[in-house]
Design a protein around this ligand. Sequence first.
Ligand SMILES: Cc1cc2nc3c(=O)[nH]c(=O)nc-3n(C[C@H](O)[C@H](O)[C@H](O)COP(=O)(O)O)c2cc1C
Length: 178
Amino acid sequence: MKNRIELDFWAYPNEILNRMRREGVLCTVVDEASNHNVITLGWGQIGPFYHGHPVLAIAVTPQRHSWIFLEKVPEFVIAVPDDSLRKAVDLCGTISGRDADKFKASGLTPVESACVKAPSILECPINIECRIYAKVSPPHFLLTPEHRKAPVGYQHTIYFAEVLGTFGWEADCGHQDP
Ligand SMILES: Cc1cc2nc3c(=O)[nH]c(=O)nc-3n(C[C@H](O)[C@H](O)[C@H](O)COP(=O)(O)O)c2cc1C
């Protein structure tokens, strides 16, 4: 098991936003019974500050299985993938957790997080643990005109969250006991 290390969130906004706008980032969610799910997200915003913590906003439509989890447990983890995880990110953005266990299907490993119930992902170099403090339900004017053409029931809920912690993993030094 790799050791968790704390990272400085403000070293990574470019990496997070670039991943989001290209292949997407992973977002894990959990329900009261500790069932979890993972979804690929391409829409997000970053800014300072809520009670001194960085702010991260995501948008999820009620059609997504993950939306139900967010409504039940207002927490999530944004797990930022690297290039080696492209297939897994694609899978989590095309299959629904209603139909499959996406962790098993993608080979991603959920591990306990430090500050929230939603799991972190072992294979992702950056895991951002977030607690939702506000949400904006449609109709609203926060997304693109294209998004606003959809029926209201299909439009995204925007969740604003405070970043409670940003974590990575200690580099594997390759040391093996004799
Ligand atoms: C690159 C990419 C970005 C996506 N961005 C979002 C997003 O920001 N919000 C959203 O609700 N769905 C987004 N999706 C769609 C969901 O990831 C997809 O519908 C997923 O299968 C839903 O999983 P779930 O039903 O298990 O929650 C995106 C998909 C891809 C491939």
